[in-house]
Write a protein that binds this ligand. Structure first.
Ligand SMILES: [Zn+2]
Length: 169
C-alpha cells in the first residue's frame, strides 16, 4: 500500500495557488496560464494548446481536457463514449483551429493519465501515438448543460463527481 501523497498546490514559477484536485493528472496556474502534469507528488511542465472553436448554445462554458499524442487526440476527462470522443477529437483537430497556450476557461477534470492514450487509440482504431512523444494538453471549449457537454455536432455526459453547479471541478 502506498503512502498518501499531497499535491504541492503551489505554482513553481509564481508561488500562486494551483487549481487541481488530488485525483487530477493536471494542475494549472491561472495567473501564469501554465499547466503542470501531476505524477504522484511531482509537478512537470506540461505543454498546452487550446481549440478556438465556438460551442453551440449559450449556457456556461467550460474547457474539456484532451491529450494530444502525435496526430490523435483522446479525452483526458471521464465521460461517456471515450472512444467515440477520441475519434471525433482526432478528426476535428484541423477544424478546431488549435493555438498554443491556455486561456480561460481552463481545462478541468483531467483524471486520465497520458500513458493510457496508446490503449485508447488501439481500442478506437486510431493511429498509434509515436513512441516517446511527450504528452500535450489540449483544452477544448464546450457548453455545459447539467451533466452534459455540448460540442459542435456532438454531445456527451460527464462523470457526475466532476461536475458541480454547472462547472467541472
Ligand atoms: Zn504561476
Amino acid at each position: 500500500m502506498s503512502a498518501p501523497h499531497f499535491l504541492p498546490l503551489v505554482c513553481p514559477r509564481c508561488s500562486d495557488d494551483l487549481a487541481g484536485r488530488a485525483v487530477d493528472r493536471v494542475a494549472f496556474c491561472p495567473a501564469c496560464r501554465r499547466a503542470y502534469r501531476v505524477d504522484g507528488g511531482t509537478l512537470t511542465d506540461l505543454p498546452a494548446r487550446r481549440a478556438t472553436l465556438r460551442p453551440p448554445g449559450d449556457g456556461p462554458l467550460l474547457a474539456l481536457p484532451f491529450w494530444i499524442a502525435g496526430e490523435v487526440a483522446v479525452p483526458a476527462f471521464l465521460g461517456s463514449r471515450p472512444l467515440t470522443m477520441a475519434r471525433i477529437a482526432t478528426r476535428s483537430l484541423a477544424a478546431w483551429r488549435i493555438e498554443d497556450g491556455l486561456a480561460p476557461p481552463f481545462p478541468r477534470g483531467a483524471r486520465v493519465a497520458p500513458a493510457s492514450a496508446a490503449a485508447v487509440c488501439r481500442l478506437a482504431r486510431l493511429p498509434a501515438p509515436p513512441a516517446g512523444t511527450p504528452p500535450v494538453l489540449l483544452a477544448v471549449p464546450a457548453r455545459i448543460d447539467g451533466g452534459r457537454f455540448l460540442l459542435p455536432g456532438e454531445a456527451g455526459t460527464l462523470y457526475p463527481d466532476d461536475v458541480h453547479e454547472g462547472r467541472l471541478l
